[in-house]
Design a protein around this ligand. Structure first.
Ligand SMILES: [Zn+2]
Length: 143
């Protein structure tokens, strides 16, 4: 990629590295000789317009979007890992509370779990109550 003799420094040029026996283009200014067209060098705008005519997409936008999604996915993965850790801690806490139940203070409502686990919690409480009744009757019989 080599810019032509008269070029806009803000625009990139594609040098097709092809010799061309082209016309002499008028410089448009007095006392300035015409420009010989002997190489094919096309500015990026012309290349982009040509690509659009052929139905080719500008991939920069798609790449930016993909990069943004990659960042979002990483953020979501970190959030999931954090929540998995919190769930692990909660499961441990529930286990400790079931193994060593705390008596509900007078006037306080019974602790409730999430509605999605209502049946599971009911079953755990019923098993816990059975264990306590069995322990109490064993204690009464043993002593
Ligand atoms: Zn151009």
């Amino acid at each position: 990629m080599q810019p032509p003799a008269a070029y806009d420094p803000k625009i990139r040029y594609v040098d097709f590295d092809a010799a061309y026996d082209g016309p002499v283009v008028d410089s448009g200014e007095e006392n300035v000789p015409g420009v010989y067209m002997e190489k094919i060098v096309v500015c990026e705008l012309c290349v982009k317009n040509s690509a659009e005519l052929l139905g080719l997409e500008n991939v920069e936008e798609v790449q930016d979007q993909a990069e943004s999604w990659r960042g979002y996915a990483q953020h979501i993965e970190e959030e999931i890992a954090e929540k998995d850790k919190a769930i692990g801690h909660l499961a441990y806490t529930v286990g400790v509370l079931l193994d060593t139940p705390v008596k509900r203070p007078k006037g306080r409502p019974q602790l409730r779990g999430p509605e999605s686990h209502e049946d599971e919690i009911k079953q755990m409480r019923s098993q816990q109550a059975k264990k306590e009744r069995a322990k109490a009757s064993n204690g009464a019989n043993g002593n």
